[in-house]
Design a protein around this ligand. Sequence first.
Ligand code: TYD
Length: 172
Amino acid sequence: MAFPAFRLSRRGAVLWIRQGIARAEKVQDEMQFELVSLNTVMNPDPKLGGLSFAEGERDIPFAIRRIYYIFQAEKGAHRGFHAHKKNWQLLFCPYGAIDIILFDGEESCTVSLDEPSKGLILYPGLWREMVWKKDDSVLCVAASEYYDPDEYIRDYDEYLQYVKQKKGGIRE
Ligand code: TYD
């Protein structure tokens, strides 16, 4: 998958959001995620590092209602093992390296978050697992929804049923 760079004006962001939504509706048989390059500003003094940012509804196609992050996990740790029915998410790893394994009921794909400027936008409905490639890597998530345990699918067989129903045209 390409790693497109985008730095958007407000107008550009609106267009991108419209395209994103159109794409989400159009490509129901494709895995629904986007790997994006977050806006990044490196300080001219390399000792002072860099700064990356993303704005809800401008750089990413949803408003942010919640943020959370996972820390102090060891190399080899596996987390996730769930899908969301409603939640859109932006995942990024500002420190370390984490593999995100995605599954849509048919196809599987692994995305490596191994640079602070990489952002992974996950549309609802994808099963995901995360594998820590380095000790203490930090996984940050910006989410479109408040926390709601009922919005999760944590059982794999239930997920396969859910995908089957979606493909059959049954929508919530
Ligand atoms: P969980 O989703 O199980 O983490 P992971 O899938 O990465 O292993 O979340 C861990 C715990 O944190 C679980 O008890 C639910 C709680 N939690 C909240 O209370 N609010 C939140 O926004 C999130 C993401 C989790």
